[in-house]
Ligand binder design. Structure first.
Ligand code: ZN
Length: 360
């Protein structure tokens, strides 16, 4: 007597003495038996497509070839496992492709396909490349939390909605050469291990790299510059500033040994002119540090004297020549000159940043 497949929701009969049906059963080890099972699985897929049944949830395949097909609805591949390559070239899918938590051991190809809905590959894994070259996806491309061991290429494609690679890892290049993205492109908290090519795409919405890690510093510079330009166009100064900061940080890291470290002063205390609160903290920190020097140099360590030194330190930083006129000679005098010099840079910078950020 035949039994029902143990995969939840599957109504098919088991394959011989197995616990699962032909689609849900694991592939056997290499050998003649593997060839037979591969063939039976392929026939089952063909039969299901002919019957208009596009639910392959949790199925296990050796390889998949959905190329050149017209799929009249949603293609469901949730939690499906493909040991080798996944092909869906030159196909027309009237609905979406749902491949959440799916696994592809080899490459995943969607080249030149037309997908009228969305494609979702949430928390999926691909052992090779994913390619959407010359494809068209009318709605969303949802690749959050995805692990890609190879490249992600979206060259010459048209994406009608937004695309998200948030929290994903792509080990090699990411390219959008000659593509159009009608919505936004998100790469927040993602890891990009190769070169990036975003400046060659037409992105109508925003491009975001908040918290994104780049293996190559040049990629960070290029990607963040593209994002900065788009946010400026959208009028979001805060997000444009964030990407400007990361672009400048990337540029600094590519400089020669000396300027790379000297410029740290511009990056951290001054925040490349886009971090007013960081600058205010720097200002207060320097003011207190100098007040402490003067306090200790005086030798009279009580609170009133400290407050007096703090006031002196503040005025020295704020008013050019204040310290030089009022202070003594010797080391004390040189310290006030140094403080006045730092103050001469810090205070005007703060005013410029403040005005730029909060005033029109
Ligand atoms: Zn089954």
């Amino acid at each position: 007597m035949r039994m029902k497949c143990k995969y939840a929701g599957c109504e098919s009969e088991t394959y011989q003495e197995e616990d699962y049906c032909i689609l849900h059963m694991d592939l056997p080890p290499k050998g003649d038996h593997l060839e037979l099972i591969k063939k039976l699985k392929e026939e089952e897929v063909e039969k299901k497509i002919q019957d208009g049944d596009l639910n392959f949830k949790g199925a296990r395949f050796y390889d998949v070839n959905f190329s050149g097909l017209h799929i009249p609805g949603d293609l469901v591949l949730t939690q499906a496992v493909v040991e080798n390559d996944f092909h869906c070239l030159d196909s027309e899918v009237d609905g979406g492709i749902w491949f959440d938590q799916g696994r592809v051991g080899g490459h995943a190809f969607f080249e030149s396909s037309l997908i009228r809905g969305s494609i979702s590959f949430y928390k999926g894994k691909v052992g090779g490349n994913i390619s959407f070259d010359h494809a068209r996806v009318d709605k969303y491309v949802w690749f959050e939390g995805v692990d890609v061991d190879g490249e992600a290429s979206f060259n010459h494609c048209y994406l009608g909605g937004s695309i998200s690679f948030n929290k994903s890892r792509i080990d090699e290049n990411v390219s959008f050469y000659g593509s159009t993205i009608e919505g936004n492109a998100w790469f927040e908290d993602a890891y990009l291990g190769g070169s990036t090519w975003f400046d060659l795409a037409e992105i109508r919405g925003a491009l975001c790299f908040r918290g994104t890690r780049f293996k190559y510093i040049k990629s960070q510079e290029r990607a963040c510059r593209s994002a900065k330009i788009l946010w400026e166009k959208l009028g979001d100064r805060g997000k444009a500033d964030y990407h400007f900061y990361r672009e400048m940080e990337a540029k600094r890291k590519q400089k020669g040994y000396l300027s790379r470290y000297l410029e740290l002063i511009v990056q951290y205390p001054f925040g490349y002119g886009v971090r007013p609160f960081r600058l205010i903290l720097t200002f207060i920190g320097i003011m207190i540090a100098f007040a402490l020097f003067y306090w200790m140099a005086e030798g009279i360590l009580n609170v009133d004297v400290f407050l007096d030194k703090l006031r002196f330190s503040f005025l020295t930083m704020l008013i050019p020549a204040y310290g030089a006129i009022n202070a003594k000679t010797g080391l004390y005098g040189w310290l006030t000159i140094l403080e006045a010099f730092i103050g001469a840079f810090t205070w005007p910078t703060f005013m410029v940043i403040f005005a730029r950020k909060y005033m029109r």
